[in-house]
Design a protein around this ligand. Structure first.
Ligand code: FE
Length: 206
């Protein structure tokens, strides 16, 4: 990349460049293949994929049933395969149960459908506190979970990745599947947020 600015590159950027040149030079990787992978994680894989799954589950009871019974195969119905071999488990939020996802050991995350994990997800504070004091952690995310609601914490690992199916917000009965998907945030699918109905939706305003 050419630039008029001569800002020194970070240590990690320099190391990545050095490793990439070496791998290309040795014929181990094709630069085009690397570009494809980077483009995939920068532009193609992200929370919008998870949001499509959630919205479909909200509007299609049959799909929702299959999703909760065998998440991996229901997700593959949508053609979302090929990225990961881990088993997916979708856990449903209800008025009585709130689910929260963590990886206490490292940073296991349903990256095939949510993209790259947020920094806080990988932090030691989140990984350790989410299991010990989930209600406190949720409160810090701005979520007050009433005492009568059970909080379930799911610890991800290399083989099992969880996704929260959030509750569909009230007042969204008239929204299309695509409009619903647009409401679903990454944090709602990790369990650190609820899905909010949009304040003004183009589909509702005549
Ligand atoms: Fe992990």
């Amino acid at each position: 990349m050419t630039s008029h600015h001569h800002r020194p590159e970070s240590d990690i950027a320099l190391r990545v460049k050095a490793i990439e040149s070496l791998l290309v030079e040795k014929g181990i990787v094709e630069p085009a293949a690397l570009d494809t992978i980077i483009d995939t994680y920068e532009h193609k894989v992200g929370p919008h994929i998870g949001a499509q799954i959630v919205a479909k589950a909200w509007v299609d009871p049959g799909f929702k049933q299959r999703l909760l019974a065998d998440s991996t195969s229901a997700i593959s119905e949508l053609g979302l395969t090929g990225f990961s071999s881990e088993h997916m488990v979708v856990v449903e939020n209800t008025p009585d149960v709130h689910n929260l996802i963590v990886c206490t050991l490292c940073s296991c995350y349903p990256w095939a459908i949510l993209g790259l994990p947020p920094t806080w997800y990988k932090s030691f504070a989140y990984r350790s506190r989410a299991v010990i004091e989930p209600r406190q952690v949720l409160q810090e995310f701005g979520l007050d979970i009433p005492e009568q609601v059970e909080v379930r914490v799911w610890d991800s690992n290399a083989d099992l990745r969880y996704l929260v199916l959030p509750e569909r917000p009230a007042g969204t009965e008239d929204l299309s599947e695509a409009d619903l998907a647009a409401l679903v945030t990454r944090n709602a699918m990790i369990g650190t947020a609820k899905v909010q109905p949009s304040i003004v939706s183009p589909s509702v305003v005549a």
